[in-house]
Design a protein around this ligand. Structure first.
Ligand SMILES: NC(=O)C1=CN([C@@H]2O[C@H](COP(=O)(O)OP(=O)(O)OC[C@H]3O[C@@H](n4cnc5c(N)ncnc54)[C@H](O)[C@@H]3O)[C@@H](O)[C@H]2O)C=CC1
Ligand SMILES: CCCCCC(=O)/C=C/C=C\C=C\C=C\[C@@H](O)[C@@H](O)CCCC(=O)O
Length: 248
């Protein structure tokens, strides 16, 4: 992502000397991000690829271009997300593309395909734990991201893929997406609940994107974390959801 949480994560990755492909639909935002990265880190360390993640062929090509440019792939972050007006599009961006991005990540990183392993992080939301009347389909997609990612993490363990798969669930974060709740274009008929949404935001507080980047870097660098669901909230900071073990 070229803005919001994605932009903060790119900054942290590049400060850690990673080479990064920034994939985003928004060309002007992507060009601006690329030019900022070039000034700070040099032009060779990043590429911007304009891509609609719901276009399966374009997403496949973006992965291939990245591998062609940098030689291999180690980390995939499926971060693109939208809100709610067009519910079918919301599912395509927030869930279908995360699944597609995970499968493409495995094609390029899994030991099953003779590759060297890696790390995938799928971005969900605290909305998956505290369902929201303002965003029923958004909420459903974020539940879906958690279920899919946990199951895939188990598949990776059983299949010896060598790819860690984790989920990151932020509470409210100060990004352009948060401002979209004011607009009918994004929220559809649920825009009439915007005062209630803002009340919830004031109650829970709003996080800085840099804290989400810190959580993301922990998931990337700690190779003991696999199949985990990280939550980031104002009240508890960075922490992990705990699940009851399955009973017999
Ligand atoms: N901001 C918040 O309060 C929270 C955000 N999240 C999640 O974090 C992720 C990032 O969100 P933010 O940075 O806040 O949003 P944002 O709107 O600031 O950034 C999202 C980026 O995704 C890009 N994008 C949207 N549709 C795309 C598509 N079809 N193909 C390619 N790129 C596309 C946008 O151009 C934008 O640059 C999302 O998955 C969101 O659901 C989760 C919890 C809270
Ligand atoms: C318009 C799109 C913006 C998207 C907003 C979004 O995805 C979600 C926000 C969700 C809710 C935040 C809730 C925070 C709650 C915590 O502060 C805490 O009280 C929850 C306790 C549970 C825990 O384990 O931390």
């Amino acid at each position: 992502g070229a803005q919001g949480i994605g932009r903060a994560v790119v900054q942290s990755l590049m400060q850690s000397r990673a080479q990064v492909a920034v994939v985003d639909l928004n060309r002007s935002c992507g060009d601006q991000c690329k030019s900022e990265l070039d000034s700070e880190f040099g032009a060779d360390c990043s590429i911007f690829l304009q891509c609609d993640v719901t276009d399966a062929d374009a997403l496949t090509a973006a992965f291939q271009t990245t591998v062609d440019r940098f030689g291999h792939l180690d980390i995939v972050i499926n971060n693109a997300g939208i809100n709610e007006k067009n519910w079918e599009k919301t599912i395509q961006v927030n869930l279908t593309s995360v699944i597609k991005g995970t499968y493409l990540g495995l094609e390029h990183m899994s030991k099953e395909y003779g590759k060297g392993g890696g790390s995938i992080i799928n971005v969900s939301s605290m909305a998956a734990f505290l369902h929201s009347p303002h965003q029923p389909v958004y909420t459903a997609t974020k539940h879906g991201v958690i279920g899919f990612s946990r199951a895939m993490a188990d598949a990776s363990s059983l299949g010896g893929y060598g790819v860690r798969i984790n989920v990151l669930c932020p509470a409210f974060v100060d990004t352009p997406l948060l401002l979209s709740v004011e607009h009918e274009d994004n929220m559809g008929k649920f825009v009439k609940f915007k005062d209630d949404f803002k009340k919830s935001m004031n109650h829970f507080g709003v996080l800085k994107p840099s804290l989400i980047a810190d959580g993301m870097m922990m998931l990337i660098t700690d190779d003991t974390i696999h199949g985990a669901v990280m939550k980031i909230t104002c009240s508890k900071g960075i922490h992990f959801h705990t699940y009851e073990p399955m009973s017999t």
